[in-house]
Design a protein around this ligand. Structure first.
Ligand code: CP
Length: 307
């Protein structure tokens, strides 16, 4: 059984295959309308979600399959003390594939260990979010026509931002990628990303505090929310939450073909006046998220593709 727990579970050629398939699904949705007839997806969400859960469910429904699941730990037997291992053994009896979000880093990997069906990590704590990365890669490729030779700015909460960690791990495997990591001191990218991903592969990167100084250099600006739910202390959150606010005025300094991505939800970090800028790509990401999840479900289930 194949799982997707970490972005490195996919080779670059498998990522390219998934993105090509997602492009085909986007161009010919009807072709895939019955590709998952009779298949069931379980969404096991121990943490809140709007996009990831609904896009997984939409992906399965778009292909004729059905969906089941729970949307918070409080409506599952986790509240009675049931372990992730026992939960997945049970779900393996009901579903063909599952997507799991959990506040604990490593919970989906533990689930995969006990699972008879493919487990997809839909976000584990401040660790990884590999299907958001597929969404991001599809959007970058669509906007820039390539995934290589790009200067990528990642801005905001780089410490707890699981989408940032997964995106760096994936993009680092493409040639000519340069990262500019923009954050307050307290929210810098974790040491393991620098020591285990960037330095060993000699990927050029710089860590800076000011967005304004680097904005004109960027091909992609990946904004992130400062995540209240990951802070131990309200005072620190309040101090850091508005560290960066991208506005239409600031966008004047960016390249005409620089695109702004954000995994969403946003709070204040992108002002509403940026939404009308043709370089705002964050709602395209949401739509692309359905196509890449359709592609992933098809590949993990080993469905024979319609001609
Ligand atoms: N991008 C993302 O993971 O959004 P949700 O938390 O709404 O699923």
């Amino acid at each position: 059984v194949r799982h997707l727990i970490d972005p490195l579970d996919l080779s670059v050629s498998e990522i390219d295959d998934l993105l090509n398939l997602a492009d085909d699904i986007s161009a010919h949705p009807q072709k895939y309308a019955h590709a998952c007839d009779g298949k069931k997806l379980a969404t096991l969400f121990y943490e809140p979600s709007t996009r990831t859960r609904l896009s997984f469910e939409t992906a399965m429904l778009n292909m004729g399959g059905s969906v089941m699941g729970f949307h918070s730990a409080s409506t599952s037997s986790a509240t009675k003390g049931e372990s992730v291992a026992d939960t997945i053994r049970v779900v393996s009896c009901f579903a063909d594939i599952c997507a799991m979000r959990h506040p604990k880093e490593g919970a989906p990997r533990r689930a995969a260990h006990f699972s008879k069906i493919p487990v997809i990590n839909a976000g584990d704590g401040g660790h990884q979010h590999p299907t958001q990365t597929l969404t991001d890669l599809m959007t970058i490729r669509c906007k820039k026509s390539r995934l290589h030779d790009l200067t990528i700015g990642l801005c905001g909460d780089l410490k707890f931002g699981r989408t940032v960690h997964s995106l760096i791990k994936s993009l680092a495997r493409y040639s000519g990628i340069r990262f500019i990591l923009i954050s307050p001191e307290e929210l810098r990218v974790p040491g393991y990303i620098i020591d285990e991903v960037l330095r060993p592969q000699n990927i050029p990167f710089q860590e800076v505090r000011s967005l304004d100084e680097v904005l004109p250099k960027l091909d992609i600006l990946y904004m992130t929310r400062v995540q209240k739910e990951r802070f131990f202390n309200e005072e620190d959150y309040v101090r850091l939450k508005d560290s960066y606010v991208l506005t239409a005025e600031k966008m004047k300094a960016a390249k005409p073909d620089m695109y702004v991505l954000h995994p969403l939800p946003r709070v204040n970090e992108i002002s509403l006046d940026v939404d009308d800028d043709p370089r705002a790509a964050y709602f395209d990401q949401v739509q692309n998220g359905v196509y890449v999840r359709q592609a992933l479900i098809l590949r993990l289930l080993g469905v024979k593709l319609p001609c």
